[in-house]
Design a protein around this ligand. Structure first.
Ligand code: ZN
Length: 446
């Protein structure tokens, strides 16, 4: 990186992560969480056969991206001769290990990144599929199409999937990284056992959320998908991740309308998947970074650097089709809902909890005002971390695809999904009706 790091870089970079750790793990002082994150040695490794696939490369890129945003000592224990086969904005170099090294250092210039040592024992290892040698406590991840697999009990997941759907791969990376976070703090003094106990054997379907049903439904993606015009309201951490996933889907075409008034800050780096340290230091606009990432994948029809409330967009009057909301305040959620998009998808997070909701038939079911009825106390300091917002964004992208592929429409979320990323097996899909306390007064639409 050619520019100088500001004196408060590390403090700002870690500010949200330390808050997240404190809220989710226990009540120690910030310094103790930082000391732990600074000293933990992590390795990323995997099976060569899997890493040569589209699926394996998407798992690997996402794991590296997520871990670089909160760890400081990462070794890449990977064969050096694997070629990059995915076409993705972060995958511009010939060899996979070279791409990853460059990506991780651009995200976190303070990172110590080594090639790794097969004789060494690491505190935590994330292995894509399986690994050649025992490097320490290992979290195995794998995926196939819409489905993510994670194992924290030492059982490799060694099959090779050539499925070109990145959604399960990126989900596996989010869940695996959440398990790594838990493992980092599992021996921490005063840690909350509910949030640090290992997940065991996890299977999660982003298609029907039906990992309790057998057999799981896992349809192939069509070779081309047209998503038409998609309104992305906010390009914060959640919708940045949605865009990340959309750009990874082969054959996806469409036009984006982007709405986001803010500029990047260093404290965003712990969770904005598209943002590199230099972008944040130079305080580039969030829209500019998103637009650059999406170029060549999805067209950007218009980009508005204003708050949704100030937006003078004729689409608001003519009706928006599919609108994806990643804003972090309820007032904006109500304003968007009141403009009655045909389908509104919303992602929200609170510490480790993720809520995804879909709103179409608001004469009968909950609207965003029913779901978020209260004015929020404004807080600048949100406890959050990379894998939480990334997971929400990937799930929103999965919902966008279901919305736009005729055969998948029956599987669109109905209507609320609640997940705790630190306690993944207790997810819940539920139907919520209208609330008498609705902030949008949606009773008038009946
Ligand atoms: Zn309502």
């Amino acid at each position: 990186m050619s520019i100088k790091l500001p004196h408060n870089f590390v403090e700002e970079f870690y500010s949200r992560t330390l808050l997240f750790s404190k809220y989710s793990v226990g009540s120690e002082k910030d310094l103790e969480y930082f000391t732990r994150l600074k000293s933990i040695e992590v390795a990323i490794t995997g099976s060569k056969e899997i890493l040569q696939t589209f699926n394996g490369q998407h798992m690997l890129f996402m794991v590296a991206n997520l871990l670089s945003r909160f760890c400081l000592l990462i070794d890449l224990v990977l064969p050096s001769d694997i070629k990059t086969t995915i076409k993705f904005p972060f995958a511009k170099k010939d060899y996979l290990s070279v791409c990853l090294e460059s990506l991780c250092k651009k995200i976190n210039p303070c990172l110590s990144l080594e090639k790794g040592n097969k004789q060494k024992r690491y505190d935590i290892v994330i292995a894509i599929g399986s690994c050649e040698t025992d490097l320490g406590r290992t979290i195995f991840i794998n995926s196939d199409g819409w489905i993510a697999y994670v194992n924290t009990q030492g059982n490799p997941l060694g099959w090779v999937s050539n499925n070109p759907n990145p959604i399960g791969a990126q989900t596996a990376a989010c869940i695996g990284t959440a398990e790594a976070f838990k493992a980092i703090f599992s021996t921490f003094k005063g840690s909350n056992p509910y949030n640090t106990i290992a997940g065991g054997s996890i299977v999660f379907s982003t298609f029907d959320y039906g990992f309790k049903n057998n057999p799981m439904i896992n349809p192939q993606l069509p070779t081309s998908i047209f998503i038409d015009t998609l309104d992305l309201i906010s390009l914060g951490a959640i919708n940045s991740a949605t865009l990340y996933t959309l750009c990874a889907i082969p054959g996806l075409k469409g036009n984006l309308i982007l709405v986001e008034p803010q500029k990047l800050e260093i404290s965003n780096l712990n969770r904005y998947l598209l943002t590199m340290a230099e972008d944040a230091i130079l305080q580039k606009s969030k829209i500019e970074v998103a637009r650059k990432f999406a170029d060549n994948y999805l067209g950007v029809e218009s980009a508005f650097s204003v708050k949704y409330q100030e937006l003078k967009n004729p689409r608001k009057a003519f009706g928006m089709d599919l609108t994806v909301v990643g804003v972090d305040n309820n007032e904006s959620r109500w304003e968007i809902q009141k403009d009655l998009p045909k389908v509104l998808l919303c992602g929200g997070t609170e510490v480790s909890k993720i809520q995804i909701s879909r709103h179409d038939n608001i004469s009968e079911k909950a609207c965003l005002g029913c779901l978020y009825p209260k004015t929020m106390e404004s807080s600048q300091f949100i406890p959050t971390v990379s894998f939480i917002s990334a997971f929400s964004g990937v799930l929103l992208a999965a919902e966008i695809i279901k919305e736009k592929v005729e055969n998948f429409k029956d599987f669109c979320l109905d209507n609320i999904l609640n997940i705790d990323a630190l306690n993944i097996s207790h997810y819940q899909v539920c139907q919520l009706g209208k609330s008498p306390d609705c902030a949008c007064n949606c009773g008038k639409f009946t």
